[in-house]
Design a binder for this molecule. Sequence first.
Ligand code: SF4
Length: 367
Amino acid sequence: MDGAGMDTDLQTLLSDAAGGHRISEADALRLFGIRDRDLWKIAAAADEKRENVVGNAVTYVRNQNINVTNLCVNACGFCGFSKKPGDEGIYFHDRQAIEEKSRLAKSRGVSEICTVSGLHPAFTAQSYIDVYRWICEAAPGVHLHAGNPMEVAYAARQSSMSTKEVLSQMKAAGLASMCGTAAEILVDPIREKICPQKISTEEWIRIIREAHHLGIPTTATIMYGHCESDADRVRHLAILRQIQDETLGFTEFVPLSFVHMNTPIYRAGLARAGATGREDGLMVAVSRLFLDNFRNIQVSWVKEGIKMAQLGLLAGANDLGGTMYEESISKGAGATNTDYLDPAEMQRVAEDIGRSLCRRTTLYKKA
Ligand code: SF4
């Protein structure tokens, strides 16, 4: 096929996708492979689809992170956050500290507290349940967005319980929605390279489904730009789309660009120095076009910086995530400026591209 033929073909694919047709894994793979100015066409189609699906508001949530501890029994190769016993810089927040942080969050007017931590060697299911209860009691009315399938699996293993039972008890303690992290890339040979101690793809899917069936919505994430291929990314997106078809339990999709600087896999030469700008742009745009059953695509200013995040808003994304007081996971991996983004700056970025900023709740209601 000559160049002009390819172009027509691409135009048809993009206008079909922008109009709401489901695209195939082969289509997504083709889009991820684009290296020239056609990238802007893909971004434009994704932006059009974003407008059709969710309108023109750029949303954000006012939230605060509380990482209870950075001590972790796992040693994921992309993680610059976790510490081992004897390392410098270990922290552990006790009940009093957690309650104080929760009260402070409430006084700052956040609508969401988010907590994810290292897998502390002494943690049991009860430890997670206690932490959730302390937060909810100290910050009544604030939405608790916490845990992830790895933490649920760990809590279950430590306490010889089923993951379903753990999730039910977490929900009873105040868990209102769960983070869809620990997904990384849902392709086992890649997981074996970057996080061999983490739960398998199958287990991640099972726990997410359990959460959704118990009425615990979750986010969906991908961590890309290390040693995965375009085909791995597509497989990952296909898994998310299939789960969403079944449960409608994902609130949003959050692409997380690999922050490489302080990570073991990068230092050992096993990972690239993160995604390029082309890849960051395509990840947002192709996700918007492929994930036709997701309303919300978030760009992470923590991972990408606000300038790339703004371009993401022109390539299919509609959400800027949280204001985030106290971010420490990306900071541990070497990212800078991760602590807090003032809504005034979000507003400047949104209005600069002719859109308005709108504060939302965790579940995308108007705040
Ligand atoms: S990514 Fe999570 S589970 Fe893996 S080492 Fe870091 S804190 Fe531990």
